[in-house]
Design a protein around this ligand. Structure first.
Ligand SMILES: NC(=O)C1=CN([C@@H]2O[C@H](COP(=O)(O)OP(=O)(O)OC[C@H]3O[C@@H](n4cnc5c(N)ncnc54)[C@H](O)[C@@H]3O)[C@@H](O)[C@H]2O)C=CC1
Ligand SMILES: O=C([O-])CC(=O)C(=O)O
Length: 268
């Protein structure tokens, strides 16, 4: 059965996803979007086969069964709360914003809503989830980005860390996933997703490196569990419109949405 989709935020992730859905994905129909810049959104729809409705973020949940959040973390709660109150399926990209708001999960339990966290720019959450059904000793993630991919992070701004002065690979943050999501709300959604897949934000340890000259956003996860030990690395190509975000993320969201309606679904 076909499901209707709404997208909140038409930036690096949302616009690519909207285009892909408009091009046609069996079982999914894009019906509405939200954008901050209405005129820009209208011009982006020029080549669309079916123009979605342009609505404020609070109104999306009235229009669609699946609400995909691809907006800045600052407006996450408004989008998520509306979707959850209406019992919808919420697919968040700003996963870091979910960590300090786990009451939304309780609320979803009450309303029958579901929150489906996509793998996003990361890899291997299937193996992490499987391992976490058993005993897990440790989960770590090391994120390496070019300095411009970390610019504006509150953690760096508050400490006066000047990324322009970084001339060699530098460890700019070490802590748990909860602290990482607070300090780098636009940079380490992957750490938040890893924490939710595995052993939680307090026990998931994060290192963030600023690496001059690096051309890929690189994430390495290391898991030590009773059933398996694994290390996995992904080197994502930064998107042209937003270097903080990798090009794989809209594709991951598309694959996630497809998994919600497909007859054959691969991976746990
Ligand atoms: N889960 C993952 O692996 C990843 C998650 N992200 C996160 O996904 C989110 C979206 O990322 P990008 O698309 O790269 O960001 P972006 O900054 O390129 O796009 C966000 C869009 O939301 C729009 N927007 C802002 N306020 C709005 C409002 N009130 N109503 C409607 N639209 C509004 C902006 O105008 C912009 O077009 C961010 O929170 C980012 O940190 C990014 C990369 C990977
Ligand atoms: O695209 C990436 O490399 C990951 C990212 O920005 C995030 O997790 O927020």
């Amino acid at each position: 059965m076909e499901k209707t989709v709404a997208i909140a935020g038409l930036g690096a992730i949302g616009l690519d996803l909207a285009r892909a859905l408009d091009a046609g994905v069996e079982g999914l129909r894009l019906v509405a979007v939200s954008a901050r810049d209405q005129a820009k959104a209208e011009s982006n729809f020029a080549g669309f086969r079916h123009k979605p409705r342009l609505l404020p973020i609070e109104a999306l949940a009235e229009e669609a069964e699946i609400i995909v959040e691809c907006a800045p973390a600052a407006v996450f709660e408004t989008i998520a709360a509306a979707a959850i109150a209406r019992g919808r399926i919420l697919v968040p990209a700003s996963v870091g914003a979910l960590l300090p708001r786990m009451h939304l999960v309780e609320e979803a339990r009450r309303t029958g809503a579901r929150i489906i966290v996509p793998t996003g720019a990361l890899l291997g959450l299937d193996a992490v989830r499987a391992a976490a059904e058993g005993a897990v000793e440790s989960v770590t993630i090391e994120t390496r980005k070019p300095p411009r991919g970390l610019e504006g992070a509150p953690y760096l701004v508050e400490r006066g860390i000047d990324l322009a002065a970084v001339t060699e690979p530098s460890l700019v943050f070490k802590g748990n996933a909860f602290e990482a999501a607070q300090g780098f709300p636009a940079n380490v959604n992957v750490a938040a997703a890893l924490a939710l897949a595995g052993i939680g934000p307090e026990r998931t340890l994060v290192e963030i490196w600023a690496v001059p000259g690096l051309t890929r956003n690189t994430h390495t996860i290391r898991v030590e569990a009773a059933a398996a030990r694994f290390t996995m690395t992904i080197e994502g190509v930064p998107s042209e419109s937003n270097p903080r975000t990798g090009k794989l993320t809209p594709l991951s969201l598309l694959a996630c949405l497809r998994g919600l309606v497909s007859t054959l679904k691969v991976g746990s």
